[in-house]
Design a protein around this ligand. Structure first.
Ligand code: GLY
Length: 389
């Protein structure tokens, strides 16, 4: 409620103080999300304030460690904490049984106990892998998520989904395991490639479309500032994305019902990622962007969403520079609808053999349905393949 009020004031031009702290209230594991420029410099202080002086393990990758590890370690040593650093390779293929085993092996070799703390310093890959390792080592040790990409800051670090990829598909092995704290430093986005920022922004747009029309209005005016690195705009966008996600996760932690709307655009998007082969040709956020345009078209063609709202969403996506059609993906000339449809059938959201879709009713309201005819889905895929969305 407070967040919406803040958005309203922003919209009418009233200067409001930036919000930098959220709390996710869950039955068992409630935790804070801190969002502010420069937090990494104070990570050690934040940890010691909350957890005392735990034995700490930081898992990160080479790229992040080059830019941010020294500063992070300094913040710990000034508090008398000297973390052990475990480095994993960069990229989606890192989310494997092999790397999971390596992390657990190193933790057990170091005689980890339940008072130890694991820190996931990195993007979604690190967050998912380390969260999963934390959930199964000694049946659960504390994990702090320190996300370093826009995508992980607004989505994967919050809400407790963890996992790895297996031969049969992405994220098919994992757990719901909530972090003990999420620390989001907007400054780390300065070293993130523009393409990654843009891809993360797709998930930000998602929150406006599924849950909050005022936030979508704000994005239409301020989205460009978020992409250009304006710290205030980034903090505001991240805060509101996390606020919306927190509300949804609080209502449905284990995705029994409403949490599914967070997958808006993802049923189509995951099929594109699967067909592209997870090799970086299409980023997750880019696939979600194209998938959201497809979901908007489907919502409109089924009579749920007005043409006016559909145009607003698609225009914002295009204006901001996100991809909107499948034919923008390299190599997609060889793709065909049936193959993409088969990928969609293997999505985790299939229930009792029926595909479920997240559709929009208006900007700010989404719902889940299994009532979508195959010919309607094919029509949308065909339009996107030929670049007509
Ligand atoms: N990324 C979707 C969820 O956390 O439920």
């Amino acid at each position: 409620m407070l967040g919406r009020l803040l958005l309203f004031f922003k919209k009418v031009g009233v200067v409001v103080q930036q919000n930098s702290k959220l709390r996710i209230n869950l039955d068992r594991d409630s935790y804070d999300i801190l969002i502010e420029q420069g937090l990494l410099e104070h990570l050690g202080a934040l940890i010691s304030e909350k957890f005392g002086k735990p034995r700490t393990f930081i898992v990160t990758d080479k790229n992040i460690s080059e830019h941010w590890l020294e500063q992070t370690l300094d913040s710990f040593s000034s508090k008398g904490i000297f973390p052990k650093v475990l480095e994993v390779p960069e990229g989606e293929s890192t989310k494997s049984f092999d790397n999971l085993e390596k992390i657990i092996d190193q933790l057990l070799e170091a005689e980890v106990d339940r008072e130890c703390l694991l820190i996931a310093l990195g993007g979604g890959v690190i967050g998912d892998l380390v969260g999963f390792a934390a959930s199964v080592t000694l049946r659960g040790i504390k994990v702090v998520q320190v996300p370093t990409t826009l995508l992980s800051q607004v989505d994967s670090s919050v809400g407790g989904k963890t996992g790895i990829n297996v031969r049969q598909g992405k994220n098919l092995v994992g757990s719901f395991y909530q972090p003990s704290l999420v620390v989001i430093d907007t400054q780390v986005l300065q070293t993130l490639p523009k393409r990654q920022i843009l891809a993360g922004y797709a998930e930000v747009v998602k929150y406006g479309v599924i849950r909050d029309n005022l936030f979508f209005d704000w994005l239409e005016i301020n989205g460009q500032r978020v992409l250009e690195g304006d710290q205030q705009a980034q903090q505001f966008a991240i805060y509101n994305s996390c606020r919306i996600k927190a509300e949804i996760v609080e209502a449905d932690e284990k995705e029994q019902n409403v949490r599914a709307i967070l997958n808006f655009g993802h049923t189509f998007g995951h099929a594109l990622e699967a067909e592209a082969g997870y090799d970086g040709n299409v980023l997750h956020g880019e696939a979600v962007s194209i998938g959201m345009v497809m979901a908007i078209e489907l919502s409109k063609s089924l009579g749920h969403l007005s043409g006016q709202d559909a145009v607003r969403v698609v225009e914002h996506i295009k204006k901001i520079g996100l991809p909107s059609n499948i034919n923008s993906i390299n190599g997609s000339e060889a793709w065909y609808p049936e193959k993409l449809f088969q990928h969609m059938k293997h999505d985790k959201k299939v229930s009792n053999g029926r595909m479920r879709f997240i559709l929009a009713k208006t900007i700010g309201e989404a719902f889940v349905t299994a009532e979508v005819r195959k010919d309607k889905i094919f029509k949308v895929i065909e339009k996107s393949l030929s670049g007509n969305l």
